[in-house]
Design a binder for this molecule. Structure first.
Ligand SMILES: [Zn+2]
Length: 194
């Protein structure tokens, strides 16, 4: 069955190409050479994103490893990725709710200590969620090897040198939003900073 254009109802054609992905909530994300639906009538282009959850997570992990201070959109992205309200993040970081809102709206740059703490707790949440998902799969599908693999990887990633490399946020006044490039290979997403 042909896909219909959401704007003009014309039949869409399948193609491939780069797709800027502002729908992610991050301003500078490009999905490289992904499957697209293109409307030959009005030019509307819609991405065909497989395993969106994996894409969203790959983006969260690359934001965490950004070598410069986080920009507002990146802070908001990370907070929403782990499902926290601004007031909840404020509570954990020990700052006022309006402080978080100012960071996210680029009214006030996040300080380096808060930036590091935020990355550590968000990373922790992502890891806990991964472990929980692996544990659920292990119980349901008896995929215990996979659970052990996830635990071992988490253990390695939590070594001090590994953690420090993630937190090697260079001291700089650069709070610009990074540009991220994402490629899909064999059903997995690989994100890097452009
Ligand atoms: Zn159209």
């Amino acid at each position: 069955m042909a896909n219909k254009c959401s704007l003009c109802e014309n039949a869409m054609e399948e193609t491939r190409g780069d797709y800027p992905f502002p729908e992610s909530g991050l301003p500078n994300v490009v999905l490289v050479y992904i499957p697209l639906l293109k409307c030959p009538n009005c030019g509307n282009v819609e991405p065909m994103i497989h395993r969106a959850k994996h894409l969203i997570r790959a983006l969260a992990l690359i934001v965490l490893s950004k070598p410069h201070a986080l920009c507002g959109a990146e802070i908001r992205y990370l907070r929403k990725h782990v499902g926290w309200k601004a007031v909840e993040l404020a509570q954990i970081l020990g700052v006022d709710k309006t402080t978080v809102s100012k960071w996210e709206n680029d009214q006030d740059p996040i300080g380096s200590q808060s930036d590091r703490l935020l990355r550590v707790i968000i990373r922790n949440q992502i890891k806990v969620k991964e472990l929980h998902e692996a544990a659920v799969r292990a119980e349901r599908e008896e995929r215990f090897q996979e659970l052990i693999r996830v635990i071992e990887k988490d253990y390695r990633d939590s070594r001090l040198d590994q953690l420090c490399s993630i937190l090697d946020v260079r001291r700089s006044s650069d709070h610009a939003c990074a540009k991220f490039i994402v490629e899909e290979r064999d059903g997995e997403y690989y994100a890097e900073i452009a």
